[in-house]
Design a protein around this ligand. Structure first.
Ligand SMILES: *Cc1c(COP(=O)(O)O)cnc(C)c1O
Length: 219
């Protein structure tokens, strides 16, 4: 079933868009089925669960942390995480830089933006992002690489709202690209789109989609 779901979804995604299979709450056996079908990018939203699955699964998996990350938990994933999608503060960036340095590596991150109508504590706006990027502390970081942006649209049936929110994230990406990352070819990712809206997101320029329930079933 999981293999069929993956095949069906992959058929709707252009080859240059990265499909992250969001496996949160799902047992290891489900991830193995996806792995055996060729899936290599997996996303989790909790550090503990990510580490537990990393321990037992093949080491060529690219692990994406997509949920809110507490500063004191960065150390548990710093040695192996492929991409952290949910960076929304200078304090968190500083800790990721520090832990990456300890592990003698560079960690790729995305800046998370608040694009939905719903109230949430998480995600930057463009003003806050500029403040962060132009700070002297940010310039001092040697072991992080900001490779793009991430956002979540509102949970609504209103397709025009979702379209507009994805377009706003694309606009934010473009603005940062022009102002801060002009000569940085690695700043190229837009992580947007989930089971319910990934096709809309791709229309609006998504380069990474995070799909869970359409692959693994409801949670
Ligand atoms: C759970 C989750 C997803 C996947 O959601 P589905 O609707 O199951 O596809 C994507 N992104 C984030 C940040 C999530 O927490």
């Amino acid at each position: 079933m999981i293999a069929q779901n993956l095949a069906r979804i992959k058929a709707t995604i252009p080859s240059q868009v990265c499909l992250v299979a969001v496996s949160k709450t799902k047992p290891v056996i489900d991830l193995e089925e996806a792995y055996d079908a060729g899936q290599r990018h997996f996303g989790e939203n909790k550090v503990q669960e990510l580490c537990d699955k990393y321990e037992v699964l093949p080491k060529d998996i690219c692990w994406h942390l997509i949920g809110h990350l507490q500063t004191n938990k960065v150390k548990y994933i710093a040695s192996f995480v492929h991409l952290i999608h949910s960076v929304d503060s200078l304090k968190l960036l500083a800790e990721i830089d520090k832990q990456a340095q300890k592990n003698k590596r560079v960690i790729d991150v995305l800046l998370q933006f608040h694009i939905a109508q719903e109230e949430t504590k998480f995600g930057l706006n463009l003003f806050e992002a500029n403040e962060l990027l132009f700070s002297s502390e940010f310039k001092s970081f040697k072991n992080i690489r900001v490779v793009g942006v991430m956002g979540m649209a509102s949970f609504t049936e209103d397709v025009s709202v979702v379209h507009a929110e994805f377009a706003s994230l694309k606009g934010i990406f473009q603005e940062l690209k022009n102002s801060f990352f002009k000569d940085d070819s690695s700043f190229k990712e837009i992580s947007m789109g989930m089971s319910g809206d990934y096709e809309l997101a791709i229309e609006e320029g998504s380069t990474i989609v995070r799909v869970g329930s359409s692959i693994f079933g409801g949670r």
